[in-house]
Write a protein that binds this ligand. Structure first.
Ligand SMILES: Nc1ncnc2c1ncn2[C@@H]1O[C@H](COP(=O)(O)OP(=O)(O)OP(=O)(O)O)[C@@H](O)[C@H]1O
Ligand SMILES: [Mg+2]
Length: 248
């Protein structure tokens, strides 16, 4: 069973320490929510796992099934079964959703899918997500609405079938429809039991639709509390003050 293990991870950005010892284990079939105030380092965690060059790991480890993720090139991480969806996905002008997806699928599966089969698969998945077929010809993320970005994100998940998915959710600015797209996607994956999901958010709104198995509170660069779904309800009622004031 796939396991992502993060051990005592320290990360600096522009010479400033942002992550101060993160410990977390995510297994296939589990959904973990990371919640925490703005600026606490949640996206930094996602970027560090993704291998973004601006984020320097100074100590600690990240492994997927015992393999050193931090030693892998960015594309190797995807091949190993990691999927990372960023809070602010990059626009790729001139590259269509269809071409982008075929390249990603080729990289992850290790061989180019037959064009006809690939087109059929993409069309079917898009129909499931109620996406207009014309969307396949749009440039990646260019001018996408919040909801379209989310559909595109879940489309990638479905096509790539990762072992572990890290989803950094904006949820601000997303309407209920977009939230439902993400939630249904996440729920489908966790129900199948083959993908572990790490869902990063700072609102509990999305957690009305996704029932995480574990909730972690993130403050000042590390996890300061952990619990079950009831912790999300507590955060909704009381906010993060308790965790940030204590100076932990
Ligand atoms: N590329 C960067 N250059 C400089 N500072 C950065 C960079 N990336 C992150 N930081 C800083 O690191 C800290 C943590 O930012 P991060 O984006 O990880 O927070 P977050 O928990 O995701 O916040 P939010 O809930 O608003 O998404 C912030 O103080 C931020 O300004
Ligand atoms: Mg963030």
């Amino acid at each position: 069973m796939a396991t992502l293990e993060i051990r005592d991870l320290h990360v600096t950005v522009a010479d400033k320490e942002i992550l101060k010892g993160v410990n977390l284990t995510v297994k296939a079939g589990e959904t973990h929510a990371i919640m925490g105030p703005n600026g606490s380092g949640k996206s930094t965690l996602a970027y560090a796992i993704a291998g973004h060059p601006k984020y320097t790991v100074t100590s600690g480890s990240v492994t997927l099934d015992g393999e050193d993720v931090l030693a892998m090139e960015v594309d190797e991480r995807a091949r190993a079964g990691l999927f990372l969806a960023m809070q602010y996905p990059v626009e790729v002008p001139g590259v269509s959703v269809s071409n982008f997806m075929r390249t990603a699928v080729t990289a992850v599966r290790g061989e180019a899918p037959k064009l006809r089969l690939f087109s059929k698969e993409l069309k079917e998945r898009m129909a499931e997500l109620q996406m207009d077929p014309a969307f396949a010809q749009r440039s990646v993320n260019e001018g996408f609405s919040g909801g379209e970005k989310k559909r595109h994100e879940i489309l990638q998940l479905e096509m790539l079938q990762p072992k572990i998915a890290v989803l950094d959710e904006t949820d601000s600015g997303l309407d209920v429809d977009a939230l439902k797209v993400v939630s249904e996607g996440v729920n489908r994956f966790s129900a199948a039991g083959e993908t572990g999901v790490l869902l990063i958010t700072h609102y509990t709104r999305i957690l009305r639709y996704v029932k995480p198995d574990f909730v972690h509170v993130f403050a000042d660069g590390h996890i300061v509390a952990a619990g079950g779904p009831e912790l999300a309800d507590e955060l909704e009622a009381e906010g993060y003050e308790k965790y940030t004031k204590a100076g932990v």
